[in-house]
Design a protein around this ligand. Structure first.
Ligand code: NAD
Length: 377
């Protein structure tokens, strides 16, 4: 019989659902080397007990401290708003639990550094859920870059647009509160594209950016009061990478017509590639070394067993979806625990993205270029 690995999941909202689903599907398609037990779902607010039963958890609680104190729980997933990430992650690591935490890792660089240090010194496995790394088409982009198919990377552009906050009638949520969320669209959506840039291009050196709160106040559903919005809904920045490449980034939650539009393009000396999350089974590629009569962008349908992760799913052309990235992330997290290996991306990556976010805010407030803080010292 396989050894068991018991998980406690903190947060029963949107991400609590996506993570529960990933854990439900994990062993149907993958063999992570252990039998995963969905032991406790923790949350505050509506119907935690009913949600836990529906998502297949053995038990539930309103107290994250109870999850950490449970000696039978081996690993903890954190799916709360950002203001609770640091306290829960540090306590979990200190209790010897492996930790998977949602992005952005923290609400500030100082918090992210604490979390990375706590996980590292406790020698537990740690992962930040930058789930887009785990989509086959994005992993294929990385494979081409590592193979040198694009030559030296010279330019990267990424935009992440949504329109869920376009209407001023959208009520005041934790995402509009800097104390809860740390920052706005640039932290929420931007942390994903910053991570992809680091993964595909390299470390950031300096940034210059700006941001705006276009809908300045919203009504609270709790008490009907009008509250000031303290996080940006629109942001943009320019970047220079340590390797000399230039980057162009924008995020927007009020971008009419865009539902979950994460798009990036990597331009190298010998080719280019383009990914669009709303067509996530595809990767557009252009290879300059092809014969001129055949040159041009073409679309690879990333559903072949030779493509990353796909051999565990369906025959070619039988497409997968957004949620599959979460299954892949859990597979790698759990397998790393089972094999005592290092999963990715880790709290180190979460902390490095936070350093870039901090530099963007410094640049925006000071109306200047800002170096990305040195976190290696
Ligand atoms: N990786 C992704 O694609 C992705 C997408 C959306 C959100 N996120 C991240 O996931 C996290 C959660 O976002 P969400 O959209 O699921 O939020 P949500 O509002 O839907 O859910 C948050 C949940 O946190 C729980 N919670 C809050 N405070 C708590 C506490 N003190 N103790 C126990 N539980 C508590 C509640 O159960 C609540 O249901 C955030 O960090 C967010 O940035 C990631």
């Amino acid at each position: 019989m396989k050894p068991r690995l018991s998980i406690g999941l903190i947060g029963h909202g949107f991400m609590g659902r996506a993570h529960s689903h990933a854990l439900h599907d994990l062993e149907f398609f993958f063999d992570p080397g252990v039998a995963v037990v969905r032991k406790t779902l923790c949350g505050i607010g509506d119907d935690v007990a009913g949600t836990a039963a529906r998502y297949g958890w053995q038990g539930w609680t309103n107290s994250w401290e109870e999850v950490i104190a449970d000696p039978e729980i081996d690993a903890v997933s954190i799916c709360t708003p950002g203001d609770a990430h640091r306290e829960i992650a540090v306590a979990a690591a200190q209790a010897g639990k492996h930790v998977l935490c949602e992005k952005p890792l923290a609400n500030s660089l100082a918090e992210a550094l604490d979390m990375y240090e706590a996980a590292r010194s406790a020698a537990v496995k740690h992962v930040v859920n930058f789930n887009y790394r785990k989509l086959p088409a994005v992993a294929l982009a990385r494979r081409f870059l590592q193979q040198g198919r694009l030559g030296e990377v010279r330019f990267f552009r990424a935009t992440y647009f949504q329109d869920w906050a376009l209407s001023p009638d959208v009520p005041f949520l934790w995402r509009f509160d800097k104390a809860k969320a740390g920052a706005g669209s640039m932290a929420d959506n931007g942390s994903h594209i910053i991570d992809l840039a680091r993964w595909l291009v390299g470390e950031f050196a300096e940034v210059a950016g700006t941001a705006e709160i276009t809908v300045k106040e919203r009504r609270s559903v709790e008490d009907g009061a009008i509250r000031p919005v303290t996080t940006d809904d629109t942001a943009a920045f320019l970047a220079r990478f340590e390797n000399g490449a230039i980057g162009l980034f924008a995020t927007n939650r009020t971008s009419a017509g865009h539902k979950n539009a994460l798009v990036f393009e990597v331009t190298g000396a010998r080719g280019a590639l383009v990914f669009d999350l709303e067509r996530l089974n595809e990767l557009q590629v252009y290879f300059y070394d092809e014969a001129p009569e055949r040159q041009g962008f073409r679309t690879i349908m990333v559903t072949d067993p030779s493509h990353p992760y796909i051999s565990r799913w369906w025959p070619p052309g039988h497409v997968i979806g957004w949620e599959h990235g979460f299954v892949h992330q859990y597979y790698e997290f759990v397998k790393a625990i089972a094999e005592d290996a290092t999963p990715s991306p880790t709290f180190y990556d979460g902390m490095k993205a936070q350093a870039v976010l901090e530099a963007i805010e410094t640049a925006w407030r000071g109306k200047r270029w800002a170096p990305v803080p040195d976190t290696e010292a």
